[in-house]
Design a protein around this ligand. Structure first.
Ligand SMILES: [Zn+2]
Length: 75
């Protein structure tokens, strides 16, 4: 479980960039959504699986309902 290395991600061949600072390096996280706990937050529509990408620069967390694809091949 060493997935918390910053890297670029894409969805549908579209490179993900931070909504705030336009950074493209993210730290991936899996939100363990417990439906019972999320219901009172109004997030039960997420239905227990979501992927989070935290911007490596400003820390803004982006939520994704489907898994972003890591993009390893750039240096
Ligand atoms: Zn950012």
């Amino acid at each position: 479980m060493s997935e918390n290395v910053p890297c670029e991600y894409q969805i549908d061949d579209e490179l993900i960039e931070c909504n705030h600072c336009k950074n493209t390096m993210f730290i991936k996280g899996a939100a363990m959504l417990n439906t019972a706990k999320m219901t009172f937050l109004g997030l039960d529509w997420l239905n227990r699986s979501a992927v989070t990408l935290m911007c490596d620069k400003c820390g803004l967390i982006h939520w994704f309902g489907k898994a972003p694809t890591p993009k390893y091949n750039r240096s």
